[in-house]
Design a binder for this molecule. Sequence first.
Ligand code: ADP
Ligand code: GN1
Ligand code: MG
Length: 366
Amino acid sequence: MNVELKNIFDLFDHEGTFLSGELFGSGHINDTYRIQTAECDSDDYILQKLNNSIFKNIPQLQKNIERVTRHLNNRLSKIPGSDVKRECLTLIPAKADGKSWIVDSNGNFWRMYIFISGHRSYNIVDSPVKAFEGGKAIGRFQAMLVDMSGEPLTETIPRFHDIENRINMLIDRIRENPCNRVCEVEEEIKEYLDRGEEMKTILKLGKAGIIPLRITHNDTKFNNILFDENDRALCVIDLDTVMPGYVHYDFGDAIRTVTNTASEDEKDLSKIEMNIELFEAYTGGYLSETGNTLNEVEKEYLAFAPKLITYTMGIRFLTDYIDGDNYYKIHHPHHNLQRSRAQLKLVKSMEQQHSAMKKIIEKIIN
Ligand code: ADP
Ligand code: GN1
Ligand code: MG
């Protein structure tokens, strides 16, 4: 494998020489390797084999990322003291044609970034300071992209957070029942479908033109924010799904992961709660960067967003379980079911704390 990785690595216009390549991180979608170079003054790299059964048009996806990283890079370069190489992803072009991806002889798509050195990342958040920093990072990311010019970004996965679409996908899989798993999950299906109508709220506000489509990240789980050695947020990564969306998607997905007292796939449901103190801290950081750009209705529905996105993830895990685990990477046979149950528990905790979230947001805004 290392010989293959070295060969792919050498198709990109990098500094230094290949020393080692190891699987890296805990993403559910792409195959990610850290490439270390032999020279201590050369950068290390992140080399990724992209999931082309999930992302159907990788050249267009890469074009989105090129535009977004160029824009962020320009904005950061104007801020005195910023460290652009660590605060923004840097794509490495292919030697042959300068494109930001290559296709290998098996038809796999690869891309490469500079490895953000000395970073830390967290799957579980253990302090309000980190939550606040994370909120600032996502808020700043959205705020910096507000004035990006040009055509709208391509939808890399059509109707990605469209809950009507996700509910219909679940219903289709239940009807097809390809692996005979439906009988195992009747209870979960009922709990999810009972909440369906209310979940369409954001979609309806968007369709009515009451909240705007903006450039959003759409995958703001906490481990997609990298921190520095002092636990200051450095960089928002995983830009595959940056595309038009509602701010609630980013706020909701971050709160889903920041405030969960246990991991996304925790088996012991009694350990899963939404931590309201971490909610307050994240929201404070987020609104310190976006408070001036969000309209009143966007702000009004922020407290609903965590429930929507946690529900969406739960539905997607359940759909993948019924489908036979074709989408997410799994580490054991019931992994997607466990993830889906954990999300449902978190949804219930969010329901109980909805009015507390609303009060906190009002307090921060006023
Ligand atoms: P996935 O879509 O599979 O989650 P990511 O793009 O999030 O893929 O990458 C997976 C992991 O690789 C991240 O969680 C992070 O730990 C690490 N990673 C990605 N890009 C970089 C980078 N430029 N520098 C350092 N680590 C990175
Ligand atoms: C996937 O790529 P990663 O692991 O950061 C998924 C997200 C889910 C997340 C759940 C493109 O994110 O939508 O929220 O898993 N990404 C895609 O952990 O589907
Ligand atoms: Mg990721």
